[in-house]
Design a protein around this ligand. Structure first.
Ligand SMILES: [Fe+2]
Length: 234
């Protein structure tokens, strides 16, 4: 009995992260960012996510000034176009909701103050991403406080990517972020074949029960969810 329990617990912390019924991070709105390139591609992505167990898909197009200059209202219109098309395809039964992946740059604090955000879910999550290097972004904690003050829940996108969150100092920062009210989204990951810093980090999160939400971060209707690498000429 004890052995069984231990086995179960070990399996739960193997670095693998599987999709949950609500996929909290996707790029399924067509032609607004580096995700879906057409309505047909969007429909295909939704069919794939449904087959993979998703019941609810949160569309989170980039709001990334200078790279993807999206704003909530135009995104709402593009999303409505997707909803109208999905309604014509009875085989697609996943529920859809619009959010966004907000870029933490100099413009995010003013954007929060102006209320130009796309939150989702009963949690009023605001999904946001940051640079991935080893330097902690200056305004990280301020953004979390500003969001919480306004009744939102900051949701850090693919938290496993950021080098500044690794190691002992990273662990302290993760604790501070949680205390400030932030929650963590992890991209789904297969079982790690070998130890990597990212797999170890995900295991740490699992052991602490700090994976709040999971996302596919799907950009294309491919097995990896990413653009297929171009084939090399023979
Ligand atoms: Fe993303």
């Amino acid at each position: 009995m004890f052995g069984l329990f231990r086995k179960k617990r070990r399996r739960a912390c193997d670095g693998a992260v599987t999709l949950r019924p609500r996929d909290c991070h996707t790029h399924v709105v067509p032609e607004v960012d580096d995700g879906s390139r057409s309505m047909e591609e969007s429909l295909q992505m939704l069919r794939m996510l449904q087959e993979q167990g998703a019941k609810r898909v949160i569309a989170t197009p980039h709001i990334y000034p200078g790279r993807f200059d999206n704003e909530p209202d135009p995104l709402r219109r593009s999303f409505d176009g997707l909803l109208a098309e999905v309604a014509k395809h009875s085989e697609i039964t996943v529920e859809l909701e619009l959010g966004a992946e907000h870029w933490l740059g100099p413009g995010l604090l003013p954007r929060i103050e102006a209320g130009k955000l796309l939150p989702f879910g009963p949690e009023r999550y605001v999904l946001f991403e940051t640079t991935t290097g080893s330097e902690t972004p200056d305004t990280l904690m301020d953004v979390c406080f500003a969001l919480c003050d306004r009744g939102f829940t900051p949701l850090l996108a693919h938290v496993e990517r950021y080098r500044y969150l690794r190691g002992e100092s990273g662990l302290e920062l993760l604790e501070d972020l949680r205390s400030a009210g932030a929650r963590f989204q992890v991209n789904r990951t297969p079982v790690a074949k070998r130890a990597t810093p990212r797999a170890d980090f995900v295991k740490q999160l699992q052991e602490r029960d700090w994976i709040d939400e999971v996302g596919s971060d799907m950009h294309r209707p491919t097995a990896s969810g990413r653009p297929e690498a171009p084939r090399r000429a023979a």
